[in-house]
Design a protein around this ligand. Sequence first.
Ligand code: SF4
Length: 211
Amino acid sequence: MNKQKRYQILSRLRDNNPNPTTELNFSNPFELLIAVLLSAQATDVGVNKATGPLFKVADNPADMLALGVDGVKDYIKTIGLFNTKAENVIKTCRILVENHSGEIPQDREALEALPGVGRKTANVVLNTAFGWPTIAVDTHIFRVSNRTKLAPGKNVNEVEQKLLKVVPAEFKVDVHHWLILHGRYTCIARKPRCGSCMIEDLCEFKDKTEI
Ligand code: SF4
């Protein structure tokens, strides 16, 4: 895909949604970190249902730690993999309290050292809580980047590196959310809705649908 086309796609996505954000509910960086950690193999809606009551009693690492693993499980048992996730939440909170004065570090290495936090989660936190121009490639971004040919790649790392290289600076902070939302609601996995897609004329996908 050429530069001009890429620019047009990103401009259109921006015009349609100038201030995109995550669909996970959070009110501080700690809550965002926990919500993202809980969101692996779960929907944002499902995570929000669980974190609503959980964050009412624990919106910081010290209060979450006080709940203990079993206490956290009581709030998140509707979410997949809740046993492991509850353990990771508590281990993470312990490190945040003991090594980071209860704050979320604005540092990739420190974030990725937290149990249950990988590159993708660190990217989301750095981007969404702190405004870094990082791009967390999830299944939606991977699919949209490959179908459109915006930033094709064989795996999530390749797509991330390609996006970082080709997305102009003015779009970098928000491209992550635009592509996720586009993949979630328009360029959906099973059958993309090309007929009602705002970038249909620019997209280079070969098997476009009419719906
Ligand atoms: S035209 Fe179709 S394949 Fe291309 S981005 Fe839109 S929905 Fe996805």
